[in-house]
Design a protein around this ligand. Sequence first.
Ligand code: ADE
Length: 239
Amino acid sequence: MRIDVVSLFPEFVAQCAAFGVVGRAVERGLLSIHGTNPRDFAEGNYRRVDDRPFGGGPGMVMLIEPLRRALDAARRAGEGPSRVVYMSPQGRRLDQAGVRRLAAEPRLIVLCGRYEGVDERLIRAEVDEEVSIGDYVLSGGELPAAVLVDAIARLQDGVLNDTESAQQDSFEDGLLDCPHYTRPVEHDLGRVPDVLLSGDHARIARWRRMQSLGRTAARRPDLLDGRELSKADRELLQA
Ligand code: ADE
């Protein structure tokens, strides 16, 4: 998969590629991340990329033309059509299903705004979807883009090994993850639950499912709203 990031600070997002699982995806040639800077497409001595908002008010708005040229350059840099995603708090909130959908695209162009945002006409003409990473405001789209790139990278085939399998992640089945423990068994912070030492795989799987269900009900009941639980899950939740 190829991801082009259009940003005034493209190195910021490309940094992801230096570490951990995203780094591995890039090393293995399963993902490539490229930056395009709208400032390189701006005109005049000052290479302006923003201007004051019509109607007044605080902050600046990113100009159409440098962004449009940067998007065109990013489009031409890869092969085939590409979905354009704009990181914005006005977007649809990202969840694991959304990540899966975007991870299946062969190409993505991720547009990052700064200042108060981007001229609405550019969004209407060029953007396929707006994506938010949560109900809070960051000073630019670069951190959200890095979040998206990380979540997408780990879902590319061949990136995670068996022990890291994404199947077992939180949210893959719409529930929160169960708690995890490692050595030592005894510690002054507590003891590892006996069931995990039992070697009884069916019992362990049941316990983990019960923990996932219990945590989800306690911490994120919204995830269970409108969800039809199996009889086995209902019994575990009651246990
Ligand atoms: N840009 C600024 N805040 C954002 C957010 N919460 N999600 C996505 N992009 C953003």
